[in-house]
Structures are given as C-alpha cells and as structure tokens.
Design a protein around this ligand. Structure first.
Ligand code: C5P
Length: 228
C-alpha cells in the first residue's frame, strides 16, 4: 500500500519581511505561522510523519506547542530551499519506499485548507509522478527586461505554483539531487521534476493559500484564518 509523508522546509530567514524573527515564527491569530502549518498537516490522516527542516541552532522551534507531536520529526535545513527539502527527504530514507508519496509544504503558508490537501492527494492517488496545487493567473503578465516590457505572456497558459506539492518519493529525491548537483537553483519541487523530463499535474488550489513574504501578508493571513 502507498504511504504518505510530508516535508516542511522551515530553514529560511525571511529577510524580505524585515522582522527580527524568521517569518515562519511570526504570530498570526495568536499562534506562530509554523504552528498553523503543522496543525494542518498532522490533521491529514494518511500522512504518517512530517519532517521539518530547521535552521541550525533554531532557538524558536522548541517553544512551538506542536514541536513534541508524535507525527513530527526534525532535521537540519540547507543553504537553499531545495537543499532543505533534500535533507527532509533523506531523513525519510529508512521508512519511505520509492513509490510512496511525499507532500512538500512551505513553512510560510499558514492558510492551507484541509479540503485542498485532500483533493490533491485523492486526485493523484494513482498518478505515477505527482502534481501541485496552483492558481490560474488573473492578471495579464509581462516579461520585463531592464524596466521595459519585452512581451506579453498568454495568461491562459500561466498558473502560479503553490504548495503542497505531491510527488512519488524516489522520483522527487532523484530529481532534486540531480538539480542540486547541476548547480541549478530550483524554487519548487515541480521545477526539478519537470527538468527530469516529467509532466506534473495541476490541481486548482484556493487563493487564500498565500505565502507570507511581506509584512502586509500577515494581515491578510489573519483575515483569512479568522473568517473560517
Ligand atoms: O523564501 P521563500 O518564501 O521562497 O521560502 C519558502 C520556504 O522555504 C520557507 O518555508 C522557508 O523557510 C524555506 N527555506 C528553507 N531553507 C532555505 C531557504 C528557504 O527551508 N535555505
């Protein structure tokens, strides 16, 4: 039977927030962002274990209420997001088989809806590769070079990649390893899998699954979470 695991890269410093604490630990509706993230992942019944990749000597982790949860384990993150995910995958080596699924979710997306995660999991249950939650672009998109518009992209073909991203364990490990060894800075798992020659599936997600990046995103996340 296929088993499910999760990896959360949480080793970033979040410099774009301009706060004195990494963004995954900033409070939203009275709880750190990462607490919200992990609460939503442990709630997914089929996910057996959640590996969180942390910055070396992270002083905040043990203060998280959920840090002692039996489903949760930690590992040390790396220089880039992909290195952190790779370390998380390595930490699952003793338990995960090639064909098992791994769900990778950003530590900075506290508004994941359980129904979206479950739709991703059930839609891809028999898929040999995997896929991602994404949103069709509502804006017209421009390709810009040196502050000048070079061209307009066909927005019917443009989707914004979100997380969770769900892939077969063996395939993702190999694809991320290859991308890192080639010195390529992939910014999501799908990019590494695409580069390996596969075509990941797109599952439409929710617009409120935002990634906390700038200070105003905290207010938005608070609004979305309080409305539920
Ligand atoms: O900076 P950005 O928003 O793209 O980061 C996405 C996710 O990757 C965050 O959860 C962040 O903590 C994580 N990350 C990491 N290791 C790094 C850089 C980012 O785990 N070296």
């Amino acid at each position: 039977m296929t088993r499910y695991f999760a990896v959360v890269p949480a080793a970033g410093s979040g410099t774009r927030m301009g706060k004195n604490m990494p963004k995954q630990y900033l409070p939203v509706v009275g709880k750190p962002v990462l607490q919200h993230v992990l609460e939503s992942l442990v709630r997914i019944k089929c996910v057996e274990r959640v590996v969180v990749a942390l910055a070396p000597a992270d002083p905040y982790w043990h203060k998280l209420e959920i840090s002692g949860h039996p489903k949760i384990a930690t590992t040390i993150g790396g220089r880039e997001r992909a290195d952190s995910v790779l370390n998380g995958l390595q930490a699952l080596k003793a338990v995960a088989h090639e064909q098992d699924f791994v769900l990778v979710h950003d530590a900075a997306r506290p508004c994941l809806r359980l129904e979206d995660a479950l739709r991703l999991i059930t839609t891809l249950a028999e898929d040999p590769v995997g896929g991602i939650l994404a949103l069709p672009s509502v804006d017209t998109l421009k390709e810009v070079e040196q502050s000048e518009i070079a061209c307009t992209l066909d927005r019917r073909k443009i989707w914004r990649a979100l997380t969770p991203q769900l892939f077969r364990y063996g395939l993702l490990l190999e694809a991320l390893n290859a991308a890192c060894q080639a010195g390529l800075q992939v910014t999501d798992e799908s990019q590494a899998v695409e580069r390996a020659g596969y075509k990941p599936k797109i599952i439409e997600g929710s617009p409120d699954n935002l990634k906390i990046t700038r200070p105003e995103d905290l207010d938005l996340a608070e609004f979305y979470l309080q409305r539920r």
